[in-house]
Design a protein. Structure first.
Length: 271
């Protein structure tokens, strides 16, 4: 992919939002508003040895996140087949099974994490969604939480998501929100820039627009704050306090939503 043009709209005019270091910047397309890392990062997820251990060591926090996600999904779907793309060790799949989904599937590129999820009885694929030959309209609900910002070619990814989702199915998606109090305060030190592996950077407007162009209409988009924990560090405690204030004000650094399928837009993105 060429660094000189926007993947979403092909415009070549960018504004630099932030310098991460001397070699890497966050730039924003002047025409469509999509922000990205410049230059595009190249990251191998399958070889990250510490990835699986991180999720297992912090299981309590990730189970809490998974329960919150499933609470949103359950408002629209509670049975059938559930797919979590980027399922890690399977915490959300556990919650889906407990919520009444009869069959639980995951996509996870990290082999150790995928095996950990399989040991709990979930079916887990270890190839990118676009390379899997899954059945059309196979799933009642699909989730990808903090995944889209990692995917260089997100158009075919969204098209495939729509292809495997039933017409009355729902999608849960969440991602870091750079138009937030935490980002404005922490600047280049904000977690959501996700160096070195985040390609795209969203705020609610572009999040909603990209999902719509990909074939999904928002049932509702919320902003909340990721878990900033208190500790013995004054700095960390200050950050955690500001994060909670941002959450209460509705300007948290995570955008998330539940979407329904809009059938007529799917073909456009496959061209």
């Amino acid at each position: 992919m060429k660094n000189e043009v926007c993947y979403r709209c092909n415009d070549s005019r960018f504004d630099r939002m932030l310098a991460i270091d001397k070699a890497v910047s966050i730039v924003k397309c002047r025409k469509c508003g999509l922000a990205r890392t410049y230059p595009y990062p190249d990251f191998n997820y399958g070889s990250q040895e510490k990835y699986c251990k991180f999720y297992l060591d912090n299981g309590s926090s990730f189970r809490t996140f998974a329960r919150a996600i499933m609470a949103e999904v359950k408002k629209y779907k509670t049975g059938g087949r559930f797919l979590d793309i980027g399922c890690s060790v399977g915490y959300l799949l556990d919650e889906a099974r407990d919520a009444g989904f009869k069959e639980t599937f995951g996509v996870e590129l990290n082999l150790d994490a995928a095996e950990a999820a399989r040991k709990k009885g979930h079916v887990v694929y270890t190839k990118p969604l676009e390379e899997l030959k899954l059945e059309e309209k196979m799933f009642d609900a699909v989730s990808f939480n903090h995944v889209l910002e990692h995917i260089l070619y997100f158009k075919p990814f969204l098209a495939q998501t729509g292809r495997i989702l039933k017409d009355d199915g729902v999608v849960y998606a969440g991602m870091p929100n750079y138009n937030s109090l935490m980002q404005k305060w922490l600047k280049q030190n904000w977690y959501g820039w996700g160096m070195p592996d985040h390609v795209w950077h969203f705020e609610p407007a572009t999040f909603k627009a990209v999902m719509m162009e990909g074939g999904f209409e928002a049932k509702g988009i919320k902003q909340n704050t990721m878990g900033y924990s208190y500790s013995k560090s004054l700095r960390k405690n200050t950050i955690a306090t500001v994060a909670r204030i941002a959450d209460r004000l509705g300007c948290g650094d995570q955008a998330l939503g539940v979407f329904k399928k809009v059938i007529f837009t799917q073909v456009d993105w496959l061209r």
